[in-house]
Design a protein around this ligand. Structure first.
Ligand SMILES: [Zn+2]
Length: 359
């Protein structure tokens, strides 16, 4: 956590005195601030959401979608893994539901698949992905009993982020997070129940709630050494040295100041924080959360990929609108857009035209 400058005013500023080939970037402070706000954790900021979500209230109508699920076993369960004990262990242990991959969805056991079956399954999948921000009947929810844990872990990670700074939080390791919690009274150590929750979330099989992307980081304690990363001035983000930095520099050379890094390296802790934020905002719907945010360990931002946006385009950089911009067309023409999550991908992830594949 040393050696990085993080100004805690909502805007992160890179160390201006460090010589850097990116120094020719001339982007207004307002634009920088706007862009950086996009990829700091999209906090379920309204304390009302957090409060209403804290106490387990099984009768809450919004959280009874599980009951609509035809298959009882589809109930969302995060089972505690090997370490620590979860206070909810007895209530949460349950069958693991394995949804079929999208192209398998129409296939019934003991029945030969017909082309019609396949296309019906695909159609259903594609219409769900087109409405990735709404609840769908087969969605898997976090068990109600774990809602308060979800919120307390999220809040503790937010306090770590406040101590480390938004920039450094992008690359903080799990061990550094635990140390930070121990060392700062504003954070306080993670209790065993929260550690077990984090372990279980990381170890969970994301396919069971509909995310079919690869797991690219195998250990929750994976860390990114300072040697391997580089802070990108005026963005509050880091990139891996080597291919990622080279690709970004080339994009900057080709497109100039109209394009900017909007999210670089995201370590396991940062990805977990984002995923929890999204899960809270989705009122416990793990499937909905994973349609727009890779679950912990599954983000290619942990191994090299990054996001770019058009300067001044604000939050629309993280929508399909980005694909309508001239900047996006230029990126395509120049061959940068080898998409990780193309339109109509079968990985359970929404269309992400802003995501630059490096790995
Ligand atoms: Zn991305």
């Amino acid at each position: 956590m040393s050696g990085h400058v993080a100004v805690r005013s909502g805007v992160l500023v890179g160390p201006r005195d460090v010589p850097d080939t990116l120094d020719d970037m001339t982007i207004g402070a307002t634009d920088v601030a706007r862009h950086i706000r996009q990829m700091v954790t999209p906090a379920p900021s309204a304390s009302a959401i957090l409060e209403s979500f804290r106490a387990p209230t099984p009768e809450t109508p919004e959280l009874t979608h599980q009951a609509e699920t035809p298959d009882e076993s589809a109930t969302g369960v995060i089972s505690p893994s090997t370490t620590g004990e979860s206070p909810d262990a007895s209530r949460t242990a349950g069958p693991i539901h394995q949804p079929k991959a999208p192209h398998e969805m129409a296939l019934q056991a003991n029945q030969p698949a017909t082309l019609d079956d396949r296309s019906r399954g695909n159609e259903r999948y594609l219409s769900k992905m087109a409405q990735f921000e709404t609840n769908h009947v087969e969605d898997v929810f976090l068990p109600t009993a774990q809602r308060s844990l979800l919120v307390s872990v999220y809040e503790r990670l937010s306090r770590v982020q406040a101590v480390a700074g938004h920039g450094n939080f992008n690359v903080i390791s799990f061990d550094e997070t635990l140390r930070c919690a121990r060392d700062y009274s504003s954070v306080e150590p993670f209790p065993p129940s929260e550690l077990a929750f984090l372990d279980a979330l990381f170890a969970d099989n994301a396919r069971r709630y509909g995310f079919f992307g690869e797991k690219v980081t195998s250990r929750i304690t994976a860390s990114i050494s300072e040697r391997d990363r580089r802070k990108i001035p005026y963005t509050g983000h880091f990139l891996f040295r080597g291919d990622a930095v080279a690709r970004y520099l080339k994009i900057k050379r080709d497109l100039g100041d109209r394009i900017i890094l909007t999210s670089g390296i995201r370590g396991v802790v940062k990805q977990t924080h984002l995923f929890l934020a999204k899960t809270i905002a989705a009122r416990g719907n793990l499937s909905l959360a994973s349609r727009s945010l890779a679950p912990p360990g599954h983000s290619y931002h942990g191994v090299g990929d990054f996001d770019v946006g058009k300067v001044g385009f604000g939050a629309r950089n993280f929508t399909a609108d980005f694909a309508e911009t001239d900047e996006f067309s230029r990126l395509v023409d120049l061959g940068y857009i080898d998409m990780r999550y193309p339109l109509h991908n079968l990985l359970g992830v929404r269309y992400e035209p802003w995501h630059i594949k490096v790995v």
